[in-house]
Write a protein that binds this ligand. Sequence first.
Ligand code: ADP
Length: 241
Amino acid sequence: MIELKNVSKWYGKFRALADCSVSVSAGEVVVFCGPSGSGKSTLIKLINGLEDFQEGDILYKGQSIRSGAIRLPDLRRRIGMVFQHFELFPHLSVLRNLTIAQEKVLGRPPAEAEKKALALLERVGLSAHAGKYPSQLSGGQQQRVAIARSLCMDPEVMLFDEPTSALDPEMINEVLAVMVELAQEGMTMLCVTHEMGFARKVADKIVFMDAGAIVETDAAEDFFRSPKSERARDFLAKILH
Ligand code: ADP
């Protein structure tokens, strides 16, 4: 479904990604982990064109992003993204946050958009909050709204960039529970996260990065049982400790 081929990216003179190759099949859950600053967030942002890159290519269902074979608006419609900070519209109700892009981007009639929004709010356990504004919700609730908002667009793939790292500990599980459910329903997911419990539970594949490079890509059970590289072993020992 997604293939990164020898991708390198520079911010000015700084090489943030070095020769990264990954492939993700439909229905796969891939967790990107590694030390802070290793390029995880940059890498997943390339996939929906939030950042550009200078070398290599990314194919989405066989179509090159770099060559423009698939256009950015089309790509972004098919790929949902959830960020660390929820990026909800503060001046719109929860319900309107969920309907506005359905109407303006997908051209859905308002009644249909609302029906979809309410169904997804129910799915993330927030039906009672449809009329509230984001500031009236906890961080965990806002993040669940952000996930529901992405799902309203019927994405083929979901990207998560540290979706729980801005949350208080007691709210992390409610967001992870929604992500676990999505994974178990077969959504193709690429997740940057330090939540190794989540990774253990649902990831098919772990991509371990350091200093802009992919150090190893393993089946999740192999990664947790015996990572191949010294760097991954160190990282796991620290994070699990
Ligand atoms: P991670 O997600 O693994 O913490 P990032 O992808 O955020 O890492 O960052 C990788 C490296 O690129 C870091 O050294 C970071 O400082 C740098 N970087 C990230 N975004 C920018 C930017 N917009 N301009 C310049 N450097 C950046």
